[in-house]
Design a protein around this ligand. Structure first.
Ligand code: TPP
Ligand code: MG
Length: 332
């Protein structure tokens, strides 16, 4: 980069992330990546009782956004929700136990990977039905607006949600009522195996969102610092009582198959080269290169221990009692 003036240089150095921030980002991203790699490893044994939609390759979005939030702030997400749950502080032991269908899981083993929740840390829920948590998150943020609270609500969803009426109704309503919410679209270009351009006339999600009256920005390279900066600025605005929705579209890439632990290049809907470009620019590796080796190593060993403990906890936990099958079906 060529710096034109000293003030420009100053601005850049001021905005440079400090070492602690890089460590925090690396810790969170490495933890998510390794947890999901372990899930992929163990999945063929059938100990995990639900389908798994892995976020490997997409982690910088959840981490960049959630690192700006506090436990009172809330997030809503999708079935591809491991990264969001963990980045927001969701309990790892309870997440793995949930995948194992155990009574100690975050949804008592009934919800599985697609229905993670940790209300104490502001993870309000994830859903298998595309776009359904968007209107729910808008309703939650409307409640905060009524209460004049300074809680920040973030709604995560995929590009597939843009195909749904609920998405457009939510955008319209949020703009109309100046609802204090941050929408985050994790655009990995695919809804299962359909490319965005086989579902839409143009590649213009931000443009469409702006037409509702919502400011929108695209970050095209998974840059965790840019994602963090955006969420920090917008979160502060909401905390300062300035309402109104904002929309962040992050281009990204799902490295694994849509659902499950493997690869699916044989299906022919996308090429290996398409994914390789993203793997070569892995945001996790970029972060690691900014840390001294002894620092990244210490973080990694600590996390490996935590992961081992979480899987052991899940293995040793009991399954729910059989009679639970008949519980929570009807309102008492
Ligand atoms: C309302 C609804 N329609 C269809 C489906 C089937 N379905 C499951 S995942 C998916 C793709 C969603 O893609 P996207 O939102 O981009 O998320 P990604 O899997 O890429 O993270 C679809 C269409 C569903 N679960 N819900
Ligand atoms: Mg998608």
């Amino acid at each position: 980069m060529v710096l034109e003036t000293p003030s420009e240089y100053l601005k850049i150095t001021e905005n440079m992330p400090d070492e602690h921030m890089i460590e925090r980002f690396y810790r969170s991203m490495y933890r998510i990546r390794r947890v999901e790699e372990e899930i992929a490893q163990i999945y063929p044994t059938d100990k995990i009782k639900s389908p798994v939609h892995l976020s490997i390759g997409q982690e910088s979005i959840s981490v960049g956004v959630c690192e700006t939030l506090n436990p009172r702030d809330v997030v809503f997400g999708t079935y591809r929700g491991h990264a969001m749950y963990l980045a927001k502080g969701g309990d790892l032991r309870k997440m793995i136990a949930e995948l194992y269908g155990k009574a100690t899981g975050c949804a008592r083993g009934i919800g599985g990977s697609m229905h993670l929740i940790c209300k104490e840390k502001g993870v309000m829920g994830t859903s298998a039905i595309v776009a359904t948590t968007i209107p729910i998150s808008v309703g939650y943020a409307l409640g905060q607006q009524y209460k004049k609270s300074n809680v920040v609500t973030v709604s995560f969803f995929g590009d597939g949600a843009v195909d749904e009426g609920a998405f457009h109704e939510s955008m319209n309503f949020a703009a109309l009522k100046k609802i204090p919410i941050i929408f985050v679209c994790e655009n990995n270009s695919y809804a299962i195996h359909s490319h965005h351009l086989s579902r839409h006339h143009s590649d213009n999600i931000c443009e469409r969102v702006r037409s509702y009256g919502i400011p929108a920005q695209r970050i095209a390279d998974g840059d965790i610092f840019a994602i963090h900066e955006f969420a920090k600025t917008e979160g502060e605005r909401i905390r300062n009582g300035v309402g109104g929705p904002v929309f962040l579209e992050c281009l990204t890439c799902r490295w694994k198959e849509h659902v499950g632990p493997g690869e699916d290049f044989a299906l022919g809907y996308r090429s290996r080269q398409e994914v390789d470009c993203w793997i070569e620019n892995d945001p996790l590796e970029k972060l690691k290169s900014l840390l001294a080796p002894h620092v990244s190593h210490a973080i990694e060993s600590e996390i490996e221990k935590e992961i081992k403990d979480a899987f052991q906890f899940a293995e040793e936990s009991p399954f729910p009692d059989g009679k639970e099958v008949y519980e929570n079906l009807f309102k008492d």
